[in-house]
Write a protein that binds this ligand. Structure first.
Ligand SMILES: Cc1ncc(COP(=O)(O)O)c(C=O)c1O
Length: 399
């Protein structure tokens, strides 16, 4: 039999999907499972999105569309960018994709040759590493443990950029930690970026509308406009608008990069479907009450989770201020046992927790931080307190 390409020996299925599928299987077998695993927003978009889709079906051309994205969709995205404080872009600076994941995949392909280095803070979203491995890029992981609130410091960034990585990838608010960089922290990092002109900067800020405690979203180009020629902003409808399965992602950045993404699209996906485009335009330009109501709900869910975690001796958890994740350091449990099962690491802890209590969380090692686990708290509200109570019981039963 002929062999698969060598790069497939480096490709692995998303660790989060593996755990989510496991939880689904146990549920199907009749187990009482509460899933805090996959990062889905768990709400549906507003009725106006469905109305736009029905209307679009009446006029469907059935044709191929623009590789970049339709003009109307790009204009809706540009208005959204202005709303975020990102002015001065036009259609030629933008491109679309099948979710932010595919936009990121395209960006890796467009910016990194095999052997080039991409630097990003750890903990990181799993695909940052997985895509690098597939395309043969080297990873420079910048450790940002709980003791530094999971945030990158300007000194760390300065040291990392001294080795001239081709790309620096930044994620704010963060998946998996939920941490949000304050405007002052973004400004301090931007100061460093200005001094290192040889590195592209990708800001994956798809949770930019999910900020809590009155915190403002800030991007590098707002504080240092000269960075615009190197910053590529990535966005998505998945989380903000409750549309993960609709698969719509965006980028805004230098014209040459947007053009490269468009060329790659022409060889990969061709275009975002017409019906999805209509849904995306409606989501971006229609009433924003659904996303803002959900954001307020996530803030109170975050509070419930943090209150529960605070009662567990030894668990350390910097307070997240965005997205819908908490990322507690649970290494205090390592070396202990639960019902005779020894807990040596995060993977064993998550397996024991699922087995004993029916609660699915993602081990932190999936995000490069094996001392932690990720709780995605978007489950239906009635499941949240019982799920956290089971986690509290699990830790109380450790010997
Ligand atoms: C930080 C981050 N970037 C990108 C993505 C991909 O989003 P999309 O659904 O638009 O592909 C995710 C999804 O979980 C994410 O958390």
């Amino acid at each position: 039999m002929p062999q698969l390409a060598q790069r497939m020996s480096r490709a692995k299925p998303s660790a989060i999907m593996v755990i989510a599928d496991n939880a689904k299987r146990l549920k199907a077998e009749g187990r009482d499972i509460i899933s805090f695993s996959i990062g889905v927003p768990n709400f549906l978009p507003g009725e106006h999105v469905y109305a736009a889709v029905r209307e679009a079906l009446n006029h469907d051309s059935g044709q191929y569309g623009s590789n970049r994205g339709s003009d109307a969709l790009l204009d809706a995205f540009l208005a959204h960018l202005r709303g975020l404080g990102l002015d001065g872009y036009n259609r030629s600076h933008c491109a679309t994709g099948i979710g932010a994941k595919q936009v990121l995949y395209n960006l890796y392909e467009a910016l990194l040759d095999e052997g080039d280095t991409i630097a990003f803070p750890t903990p990181y979203w799993t695909s940052y590493l997985d895509i690098a491995e597939i395309i043969g890029a080297k990873v420079l992981a910048l450790p940002c443990p709980a003791e530094q609130n999971y945030k990158l410091t300007p000194a760390q960034l300065d040291a990392a950029l001294a080795s001239k990585p081709k790309v620096f990838l930044f994620n704010n608010p963060s998946n998996p930690t939920g941490m949000v960089y304050t405007p002052a922290e973004v400004a301090a990092l931007a100061e460093v970026l200005v001094r290192h002109p040889d590195t592209w900067i990708i800001t994956d800020d798809i949770y930019n509308k999910m900020l809590f405690d009155g915190l403002a979203y800030t991007n590098f180009v707002q504080v240092r406009p000269e960075l615009r020629e190197r910053v590529i902003f990535v966005d998505s409808l998945s989380k903000t608008y409750g549309m993960p399965g609709w698969r719509v992602g965006f980028m805004a950045g230098p014209e040459a990069v947007a053009k490269a993404i468009t060329v790659l699209n022409s060889n990969h996906i061709t275009n975002i479907p017409e019906i999805t485009t209509a849904a995306a335009i409606a989501a971006l330009t229609g009433p924003q009450d659904v996303p803002s109501a959900r954001c307020a709900e996530f803030q109170s869910k975050r509070d419930l989770v943090m209150t529960a975690l605070a009662t567990i001796p030894g668990v350390v958890c910097p307070k997240p201020q965005g997205a819908f994740y908490v990322f507690p350091d649970i290494s205090c449990a390592f070396g202990k046992s639960h019902n005779g099962t020894r807990i040596g690491n995060d993977v064993e802890l998550c397996a024991a927790l699922l087995d004993a209590k029916g609660v699915a969380c993602v081990p932190g090692s999936a995000f490069g931080e094996p001392r932690a686990l990720r709780i995605s708290y978007t489950c239906p509200t009635p499941q949240l307190a019982p799920g956290m109570q089971r986690i509290q019981e699990f830790f109380a039963e450790l010997v």
